[in-house]
Design a protein around this ligand. Structure first.
Ligand code: FCB
Length: 516
């Protein structure tokens, strides 16, 4: 497929023309208005798309992926420092030791955000900068660093959106048992209280966790991220500790800062049943509950959604009487990412299908060694739409379905899209004055934003969209071999070059329309 054909098929996928029987058979909640049925229709949709006044256009980063300065300013070691320094974990032996050097270059990066008309900067705080060696007294240098960053954002007229935890657990907390240890809920609430008291005059928008389902599953369930444990029972315990920590930190933030509004940054990917059989419909509902709404439901309802084939394995999770009250937190708004979708089927009988999730193309191994007898679904990323360089299917229609489904299920909450983006490896092109002509990324955002505008037109209360990412950065176990940035980073000299997609996105942010 050449680039032109790619753009055509990308637009077709945006319109949902290739929506198969399976997707049409989606549960009632997935019933959606008639799909746009031609590339021309989609182009019209892009041209016609308008976003409300005051819509918060933003970009996102995460501490370990951009900051560098891994051992400066009194920072302690995190599990990602330990892991990346180990042999055989990250492609190319890459580490986040320097990353984008955002720790030192934050001023110029915030100036860039301003130049691109951004209204919201979603960043994360490194817990190990605030509490380097254990719970208790904070490291003043760490707090001062984030105060400076926040002041720069506020001076630029940009709303700071703080994620308190984007995967870089302090090593001391892992040494005390990590997320399967219930004590971490209390440690995390202590950390949240410090942040609220120290930074709560500057930050009013807080999310506790980035993708809680993913870091518990990757880190403890299958061991492909630090701390590399692969024990399903640890994953179940970690899920519960994180749900408790979410509730506890909500209260700590509110107690520490009267201005705090608290939400979330969940990973979500809409699930479409593979067939319209009862079994696949039920499996899709379990998938949705496990992958998408597990923590949201825990917070808003004080109970777990029906993610398991039977009763939740409360005992294995370590649930105690009264935990429902700890988990419950009336979030002020709901945040989630959108990257791609899943087609879901029932795993059948006792031999369970694995939960698969990732930036890789998922495959059903068909053999999970009895790891997951609870959820019993197969969730597979289809490949009907075009793939990014990370191998993720592009399915713009999914954002519409997901936003509408969450709106319906949770009584029309205020929604923030916390991440959305794509990996393409385009580089500066000398013959065009060093520009980065990454038109596939622009096409990706056009398709998705047109669908998002449609959801807003249909009543969804979406107030913000954050592109992942402000700049190319350390992409976890893929190191620097994947580029998600709207700004190109030359990691040899830290030179930033805004890509064509970034310039386009800046115009969108300035005009609230896609044909910018
Ligand atoms: C999300 C993560 C983010 C980044 C993007 C590509 O799952 O939250 O840190 O790695 O994927």
């Amino acid at each position: 497929m050449d680039r032109r054909e790619f753009l055509g098929s990308s637009i077709a996928a945006a319109g949902g023309v290739v929506l198969g029987r399976s997707a049409r058979a989606a549960d009632e909640a997935m019933r959606a208005p008639v799909p746009i049925s031609s590339a021309e229709g989609m182009a019209n949709k892009v041209e016609g798309a308008r976003f409300p006044d005051g819509f918060l256009w933003g970009m996102a980063t995460a501490s370990y992926q951009v900051e560098g300065a891994w051992n400066e300013g009194g920072k302690g070691e995190s599990i990602w420092d330990r892991y990346a320094h180990g042999v055989g974990h990250v492609k190319g032996g890459d580490t986040g030791d320097v990353a984008c050097d955002h720790y030192h270059l934050y001023r110029q990066d915030i100036t860039l955000l301003k130049r691109l008309n951004q209204k919201s900067y979603r960043f994360s705080i490194s817990w190990a900068r605030i509490q380097p060696t254990g719970p208790g007294a904070p490291n003043q240098k760490g707090l001062d660093h984030y105060k400076r960053v926040m002041d720069a954002a506020l001076e630029a007229g940009i709303r700071p959106f703080c994620t308190m935890y984007h995967w870089d657990l302090p090593q001391w907390a892992e040494d005390r048992g990590g997320w399967p240890n219930r004590d971490l809920a209390g440690y995390f609430a202590g950390y949240a209280g410090i942040l609220a008291r120290e930074l709560g005059d500057r930050i009013t928008v807080w999310a506790a966790f980035n993708m809680p389902w993913a870091f518990t599953y990757y880190g403890y369930g299958i061991g492909i991220h630090p701390p590399s444990r692969a024990k399903f029972s640890d994953f179940l315990k970690a899920l519960h500790t994180v749900a408790l920590a979410q509730g506890e930190s909500f209260r700590a933030l509110k107690a520490g800062s009267s201005k705090a509004t608290v939400g979330s940054a969940y990973s979500m990917a809409p699930g479409y049943p593979k067939t319209d059989s009862e079994a696949d419909l039920a499996a899709t509902a379990r998938y949705h509950a496990m992958n998408n709404t597990f923590f949201l439901h825990a917070a808003l309802k004080g109970e777990y959604p029906k993610a398991f084939a039977g009763e939740p394995p409360y005992e294995q999770m370590g649930v105690r009487a009264g935990d429902d009250k700890i988990m419950r937190a009336p979030l002020d708004w709901v945040g989630f990412h959108y990257y791609t979708r899943r087609v879901v089927s029932d795993a059948g009988g006792a031999k369970a299908g694995g939960l698969h999730y990732g930036t890789e193309i998922e495959a059903d191994t068909g053999d999970t060694n009895g790891r997951d007898p609870y959820t019993r679904f197969h969730a597979v990323m289809p490949t009907e739409g075009p793939l990014t360089h990370a191998g993720l299917e592009i399915w713009p229609r999914g954002v519409y379905d997901l936003v509408m489904q969450i709106s319906r299920e949770y009584d029309h909450p205020v929604i923030e899209l916390t991440e959305c983006g794509c990996c393409y490896m385009d580089t500066p092109y000398e013959k065009e004055g060093g520009r980065v002509p990454d038109e596939r990324r622009t096409a990706f955002f056009k398709g998705i934003l047109a669908e998002l505008a449609r959801a807003i037109d249909d009543g969804a209360k979406v107030r913000a969209f954050h592109a992942w990412s402000l700049m190319d950065n350390f992409e976890w176990t893929d190191g620097y071999s994947q580029r998600y940035g709207l700004t190109y980073v030359d990691f040899r000299d830290q030179k930033r070059t805004v890509k064509d997609s970034g310039l386009w996105y800046g115009r969108v942010a300035g005009t609230n329309r896609l044909e910018a």
